[in-house]
Ligand binder design. Structure first.
Ligand SMILES: [Fe+2]
Length: 189
């Protein structure tokens, strides 16, 4: 039986930060995975890494897996991005067909369609806590820290999502990730 707890360090997060050399908390978020039966709990540290808010790494799902997130406490911004699909059916990592940045808060329940890459940014002064129902496969190499239902590589190669969420004039603001070739205009709603 695997230990159901893992933490995401700043070392790993440097792969997807707007400013990888910026200093921030040692651990950006904590995960307790119970899978579909017990649910998964994620706890975000609050604060910044440079000008960027603390966020989860972000991933796409492998296969046809949807996910429902419940916000238990705190406030944040959910980023959803959909990749363009090539004629051979393969998604194109640096071409984004649709991008959404949605404000979320305690009490919200969000259904995430299978093809949407997702991450959540903690924009509040307290720990952001969510519950979700994605699966856990005990035979994965790292079932809690890097679950096999999630594709992190496609985000790693792009150095993060299509937009970063930074603090500007006291408010969260979107900044385009220059590594993407095609990105629709977006704003926080
Ligand atoms: Fe997910």
């Amino acid at each position: 039986m695997f230990k159901p707890f893992a933490e995401r360090s700043i070392e790993k997060m440097k792969e997807v930060l707007m400013t990888p050399e910026a200093s921030g908390p040692d651990v950006h978020y904590y995960m307790i995975r119970g899978g579909k039966d017990k649910t998964n709990i994620t706890v975000w540290e609050c604060g910044m890494v440079g000008r960027e808010y603390i966020k989860t790494y972000g991933h796409y799902h492998v296969g046809n897996i949807s996910e429902t997130y419940s916000i238990i406490q705190g406030t944040g911004i959910l980023l959803l991005q959909k990749r363009r699909v090539a004629s051979d059916g393969q998604p194109i990592n640096d071409e984004i067909d649709s991008f959404k940045a949605l404000k979320v808060k305690a009490g919200d329940k969000i259904f995430i369609e299978p093809e949407l890459g997702h991450l959540i940014v903690n924009t509040g002064d307290i720990w952001l806590v969510t519950s979700d129902d994605s699966p856990v496969y005990p035979d994965d190499v790292d079932p809690v820290g890097l679950p096999g239902h999630a594709d992190y590589e496609a985000v790693k190669v792009m150095g993060g999502f299509a937009y970063f969420v930074i603090e500007q004039g006291g408010h969260p603001t979107l900044v385009k990730n220059p590594k993407y070739k095609i990105v629709p205009e977006a704003q926080i709603i």
